[in-house]
Design a protein around this ligand. Structure first.
Ligand code: UD1
Ligand code: UDP
Length: 391
């Protein structure tokens, strides 16, 4: 029998940078290790977009993600400067590594930097979480995801609605993999890699139950909240409305509220919250603000809470995966099926709408259709990547 040598193996360069991408990469790295060892080599490039230990390092050990081969250490900045630094660094690595394919996740500045760098030097791009749309171009993510989709050769859609969005933009669906290219992209429904991760890690997360005890949180007796969208955090009116709503829920219902705080939001709270609201939050024993938690801790909190209030894309879906209702602190969502099916309610940063949604969701009956695949999205994606690179 002839075994492939290291030189025969096809090489993928994976771009990660922001917290959710690091977590998503765990699913693909796991599938590559379990089913494609010796067939596909993965080189991981961390742009350094997120860099605090609890926004980056914590995930590698906990989720078994290989240590990045490169860290560009770009850090925070304006969109232009941050993206430009990444673009330059990624291009150099792609040339040096003679990559066969670039893999990108989601819609962050690290995503667009990767897709532009690779497509301009004729390295095929594979986009995981393709086809999602908010149809709101004031969000930097909408620009990143639309542009990334349009320079990708392989587009992996987590949902049917993502496929429909791409079809509306003129993409042909389900082209044979061997014919896929940047000019004639292959668009496939893969399922959602975050469902794979949630299923894989939910039991393991129970080992973190000390976190519940430390904060006096009892199963089913607290609301979990996260908030980090600039439209909510950077606008003084909106951030005051959201934190006021959460404080009211904590003080006026039986439930506590726990909020692992994103560093952007921490800075904006310090800057924009009224002195009165700050004092009230600090003195409340039922509104608990904690530093960002690890993914296992987050899954534990999601699994034991009563309801989720969030503007996060990933957390909206995890609420559904773990059968929790969700208030979405946005005017629109890319995960439209959650709203259409009544599992989530869009409120934006509106106090009345948040209070109304809270009452409705407390008493709701919910169904959980199979929108996001069967928990094997990562394997599906890796099989397609393998076939594409060996065509
Ligand atoms: C980014 C993504 C967003 C994603 C989110 C996930 C873009 C345009 N936005 O938003 O799509 O939902 O990540 O969390 O790519 N900061 C720290 N430490 C860190 C990281 C950030 O202090 O480790 C602070 C800095 O002040 C920084 C701010 O947070 O300026 C925002 O970080 P940035 O990566 O620019 O955007 P996010 O809001 O995190
Ligand atoms: N998450 C986490 N710790 C936290 C908050 C979130 O591990 O303190 C996880 C969460 O479970 C989800 C992902 O981070 O998998 C979502 O990231 P985020 O909300 O930052 O970004 P988005 O999904 O909105 O792009």
């Amino acid at each position: 029998m002839i075994f492939p040598t290291f030189e025969d193996m096809k090489k993928i360069v994976t771009i990660i940078g922001a917290r959710p991408q690091i977590i998503k990469a765990a699913a693909i790295s796991r599938a590559l290790k379990n089913e494609f060892e010796g067939k596909i080599q993965e080189v991981i490039v961390h742009t350094g977009q997120h860099y605090d230990a609890n926004m980056s390092d914590v995930f590698f050990g906990e989720l078994g993600i290989p240590k990045p081969n490169y860290n560009l250490n770009i850090g925070s900045g304006q969109h232009g400067g941050q993206t430009a630094g990444m673009l330059q660094g990624i291009e150099e690595i792609l040339v040096k590594e003679a990559a066969d394919l670039l893999l990108i996740y989601g819609d962050t500045n690290s995503t667009i930097a990767g897709s532009l760098a690779a497509s301009k030097i004729h390295i095929p791009v594979a986009h995981i979480e393709a086809g999602l749309r908010s149809y709101n171009k004031s969000m930097p993510e909408e620009i990143n995801r639309v542009l990334s989709d349009h320079v990708s050769s392989l587009l992996f859609c987590p949902t049917d609605s993502a496929l429909v969005n791409l079809e509306k933009e003129g993409f042909e669906l389900n082209r044979p993999i061997k014919n896929a290219s940047i000019d004639h992209p292959g668009v496939y429904k893969s399922g959602d890699v975050m469902l794979d991760n949630t299923l894989y890690f939910t039991q393991l997360a129970e080992a973190k139950s000390e976190l519940l005890e430390r904060h006096g949180l009892k199963s089913g007796q607290f609301i979990l909240s996260t908030c980090h969208r600039p439209s909510n955090t950077d606008d003084p009116t909106n951030i005051n409305a959201i934190f006021n709503s959460l404080l009211k829920i904590a003080e006026e219902s039986e439930l506590k509220v726990v909020l692992p705080i994103h560093p952007r939001t921490q800075k904006c709270m310090d800057q924009h919250l009224s002195a009165e609201l700050k004092r009230a939050i600090e003195s409340s024993v039922k509104f608990i603000i904690i530093p960002p938690v690890s993914f296992l801790e987050m899954i534990l909190l999601e699994n034991h809470c009563k309801m989720i209030v969030t503007d996060s894309g990933g957390v909206q879906k995890e609420a559904f995966f773990l059968h929790k209702p969700c208030i979405v602190l946005r005017e629109e969502t890319e995960w439209v099926e959650l709203v259409e099916n009544g599992n989530a309610i869009l409120t934006g940063p509106d106090e009345l709408k948040i209070a109304d949604a809270f009452e409705k969701l407390l008493d709701g009956n919910f169904t959980y259709p199979n929108y996001y695949g069967d928990g094997r999205a990562s394997e599906n994606i890796c099989e397609t990547l393998f076939e594409f690179m060996n065509k």
